[in-house]
Ligand binder design. Structure first.
Ligand SMILES: *Cc1c(COP(=O)(O)O)cnc(C)c1O
Length: 379
């Protein structure tokens, strides 16, 4: 099998797995318990918090663990709006956000919040001028993702953050695709909130990260005990949190080399496919983008049939994001780039990660070209 859908999820790293294992067996204490079994669990959670904080230039007290990126995104959107419950407020986001942001915004619209969904250019980038132009007297939150999960385009978060600084507007970025893959520093980005997810950087599924700049108030999404300083109730997923700490540390230490390796695999893939299929199109940006993710459009065929033929050969790629595939709708991200419905439906996303090899990229080139020829023959 060749797994090339690392933007959907990643295989857990051996190190992260080894480190989390004891907390599922011998060290199963509740981190809130006062005896040593609990204290050890608590200590492990706090160690992971330091690891995560160090990885993004934050303080440990600014990190809260959640059940995932979706929970962290929902939390920020819902609860920032909640703090202004009696005012009519305005939120700015983009049309290419992950559904955990988009659908949270749509829900907020139902409750009277005004939301501006900014368009993107044909490479998938939000323009800083558009953010500036969209600001209203009652704008309270801007939420723009750091890197897109379907096309890999990196957004000008630093520039948007610099523009928003000093204004009374909170700034959130969904950095789920970025953390562990490209350098992320909350001070450079000038964000107030940042979300990440362990299973996107070779940690376990079910652990998310919310960075909240110290001093800011965010009401809890969940109620219960005093876990996570009373911000996020519920018995901690100790093993998952431990995996997040070690996985993020490992990803950061290998990041520069790994990015180079993944970029060259993407290049081999695109160039190889272009040789046989000159009409293939790269959707997104080829310069400012994630190292391992590429979205390709094939004229006149369906990305879904291509994906299924690759699956028969044991190759996992996706048509768009894991959250939207399965519905027969064209990707909202690809439509936002200005592609037609048919073009949007002709795309596949290949996303390489830690466990892919250069040889696999060559196998994928051949498999894609063969599958494409087969589909064209049968038209
Ligand atoms: C995967 C993903 C999420 C959701 O994270 P989960 O931990 O799976 O809930 C949010 N945003 C982006 C950009 C993602 O790629």
């Amino acid at each position: 099998m060749i797994y090339a859908d690392n933007a959907a999820t990643t295989r857990i790293s051996d190190r992260a797995f080894e480190q989390m294992l004891p907390f599922l067996r011998e060290q199963y204490g509740n981190a809130s318990s006062q005896y040593s079994l609990g204290v050890k669990a608590k200590r492990a959670v706090e160690h992971a918090r330091k690891q995560v904080a160090a990885a993004i230039g934050a303080e440990p007290s600014e990190i809260t663990f959640t059940s995932g990126g979706s929970e962290a995104n929902s939390w920020v959107l819902r609860c920032v709006a909640e703090t202004y419950h009696n005012e009519s407020i305005h939120i700015i986001t983009s049309t290419i956000e992950h559904h955990s942001v988009l659908n949270a915004c749509r829900a907020l619209e139902q409750s009277g919040v005004e939301v501006t969904f900014l368009p993107v250019d044909n490479t998938g980038r939000v323009l800083v001028e558009d953010v500036k132009a969209a600001i209203k007297h009652n704008t309270k939150l801007v939420s723009i993702m750091l890197a897109n999960n379907e096309i890999g385009t990196i957004q000008p978060i630093t520039q948007i953050g610099a523009f928003l600084k000093g204004q009374d507007i909170l700034f959130h970025t969904d950095a789920v695709q970025a953390v562990g893959h490209i350098p992320v520093d909350v001070d450079d980005l000038r964000v107030d909130f940042l979300t990440a997810s362990a299973h996107k950087f070779n940690g376990a599924k079910g652990t998310g990260i919310l960075y909240k700049r110290s001093g800011l108030n965010l009401p809890p999404l969940l109620f219960g005990g005093e876990q996570e300083r009373g911000l996020r109730a519920g018995t901690e997923n100790v093993a998952g949190i431990v995996s997040a700490g070690f996985a993020i540390e490992e990803s950061i230490s290998e990041m520069a080399e790994e990015a180079k390796r993944l970029r060259s695999m993407v290049e081999v893939t695109v160039e190889g496919i272009k040789e046989k299929i000159p009409s293939v199109r790269v959707n997104g940006d080829t310069k400012s983008c994630l190292p391992g993710t590429v979205n390709l459009g094939f004229n006149g065929i369906s990305g879904e049939s291509l994906m299924h033929l690759l699956d028969l050969k044991g190759i996992c790629v996706s048509t768009s994001s894991a959250c939207t595939s399965g519905k027969d709708e064209p990707s909202h991200v690809l439509l936002a780039l200005g592609l037609s419905e048919q073009q949007a439906k002709s795309a596949i996303r290949i996303s390489y990660g830690r466990y892919n090899t250069a040889d696999e990229a060559k196998v994928i080139v051949k498999a894609v070209c063969d599958a494409y020829a087969k589909i064209i023959d049968n038209l």
